[in-house]
Design a protein around this ligand. Structure first.
Ligand SMILES: Nc1ncnc2c1ncn2[C@@H]1O[C@H](COP(=O)(O)OP(=O)(O)OP(=O)(O)O)[C@@H](O)[C@H]1O
Length: 244
């Protein structure tokens, strides 16, 4: 199952010395279920903040965010962990637990909850799906950056999320490995039907998505559909002409 995402007139401010900084400024957009959307924009334009708000890691100051059937502002604080379990997160720095094996890292998000089924088999299936069958007992430090990000992706999928939020998931990887990671995410999206929102600085990554939303100063400054059936090289040129 995949979630649609509706962001309506959202504002997020942070205290900044004696001032207040508006990181997200009356932002609105809709994403249909199953889309893969690149969120781009210069440093400080609000990409990470937007993903944090949609992931309910922080509250918005105004506006509404609706993910699938849930409007986040109406959720009680006690309901937020349950919501976050239904969302997958992938970060630039993987954030794997270094003392745990690959398999245990993938299982870890399920540990606070009582599981009717043993999550280990599911974790093995996911490691197979991300191309890491046979590496279950390795420690993160024994893996390459791309392999560690594959573990992080398997971990993000253990709760069967309807939405995957990825913050610069290829930012620590070389271009070829980054492209492989994005292809993997898009393949998993096709197989599982989840929605993907992905913050990136990289044109070649953004160009592989269905749509590009460029932020500037916490607002949408460009919203491009990239799925009109054109040649991928042409899409890259089109996106490459933009300042991300
Ligand atoms: N917790 C915070 N406290 C104060 N200011 C913050 C906080 N988080 C973000 N900001 C500010 O909000 C603005 C948007 O930050 P954000 O991290 O969302 O940008 P970004 O587009 O993800 O940048 P980058 O590409 O560098 O990661 C920036 O000016 C940042 O300094």
């Amino acid at each position: 199952m995949s979630f649609d995402v509706r962001v309506a007139r959202v504002v997020k401010r942070f205290p900044s010395g004696a001032h207040v900084l508006t990181a997200i400024d009356d932002l609105s957009f809709d994403v249909p279920a199953g889309a893969a959307v690149a969120i781009t924009g210069p440093s400080g334009s609000g990409k990470s903040t937007l993903l944090h708000l949609i992931g309910a890691l922080e509250p918005a100051d105004a506006g509404t965010i609706t993910v699938g059937p849930l409007e986040l502002t109406t959720l009680h604080r006690r309901q937020l962990p349950d919501y976050r379990r239904r969302i997958g997160f992938v970060f630039q720095r993987y954030h794997l637990l270094s003392a745990l094996t690959v398999l245990d890292n993938v299982v870890a998000p399920t540990l606070p909850y009582r599981n009717p089924r043993d999550p280990t088999n599911r974790a093995r299936e996911l490691l197979d799906a991300v191309g890491l069958a046979g590496r279950e007992r390795a420690l993160p430090a024994e893996l390459s950056g791309g392999e560690q990000q594959r573990v992080a992706i398997a971990r993000a999928l253990i709760g069967d999320p309807g939405l995957l939020l990825a913050d610069e998931p290829t930012g620590n990887l070389g271009a070829a490995t980054g492209a492989q990671i994005l292809d993997l995410l898009l393949q998993l999206r096709r197989e599982r039907g989840m929605t993907i929102l992905l913050a990136t600085h990289e044109q070649h990554i953004a160009a592989r998505c269905d749509r590009l939303i460029r932020l500037g100063g916490g607002r949408v400054v460009e919203d491009l559909n990239l799925t009109d059936g054109e040649d991928p090289a042409l899409t890259l040129r089109r996106v490459g002409g933009l300042r991300l």
